[in-house]
Design a binder for this molecule. Structure first.
Ligand code: MG
Length: 218
């Protein structure tokens, strides 16, 4: 079973749903030529897709274009349904760093056909994830810098201040559709700078004051 660790507390949460937000930063929407959504774009990854610090990404043979997307991850500590935005932050146990790996070529084909994205987003190793920092240690999760480098070369450099749909709103909206439970994760979308990774690459994602995540590509 995959677990999310809350640093310094001894607490571990079995990972439940991994709910992901697409197109949540204007600059990333533009770089992919997508339309601006009215509501958050939602998809999910299975818990089986999670790998941890130092582990290896295995790009499936059916893709030739695996992209990194560095994202702020939210760990739900207290469950709920129809959570008002004003109370949403009380449901957060911690914040972490995630990489939403995306088989861009596969996803593009699926999008064209109007088909679900699961095989482009949910394959084994598609969700590298750091440990989580307790929520009270992050002064303002809506104002932290997100960076990602590949082999030491900077690729992504953004700020969570640029999110279109912000954390309380996302929790509120998601909880109106899915009952949230302790151990559920929310990946909040990626800033601009996404790009391909290949065999042998070292990928480091970092969110200031939240954590750092290093993985390699098999
Ligand atoms: Mg993403």
């Amino acid at each position: 079973m995959k677990t999310a660790r809350l640093v310094g507390t001894g607490q571990q949460y079995p990972i439940g749903k991994i709910l992901c937000i697409g197109r949540n930063y204007v600059d990333h929407i533009k770089e992919l030529g997508n339309e601006m959504p009215e509501r958050p774009v939602i998809f999910s990854k299975p818990a089986s897709s999670v790998i941890g610090e130092g582990e290896e990404i295995v790009i499936p043979a059916y893709s030739g274009d695996c992209h990194h997307e560095a994202e702020l991850a939210i760990l739900i500590g207290t469950g709920g349904k129809e959570i008002p935005a004003e109370q949403a932050m009380a449901h957060v146990a911690g914040f972490g760093v995630a990489i939403d790996l995306t088989l861009r070529d596969v996803q593009s084909e699926l999008k064209k056909k109007g088909l679900p994205w699961d095989i482009a987003k949910g394959f084994d190793t598609a969700c590298p994830l750091s440990d989580f920092v307790p929520a009270e240690k992050v002064a303002d999760p809506q104002d932290v810098r997100i960076t990602l480098s590949v082999n030491g070369e900077p690729r992504q450099d953004g700020s969570t201040s640029l999110m279109i749909h912000r954390v309380p709103e996302l929790i509120s909206y998601l909880s109106s559709i899915f009952t949230l439970s302790p151990g559920d994760l929310i990946l909040t979308g990626t800033p601009a700078g996404v790009g391909p990774i290949k065999s042998g690459d070292q990928v480091v994602a970092e969110i200031a004051g939240v954590g750092k995540l290093s993985v390699s590509v098999k």
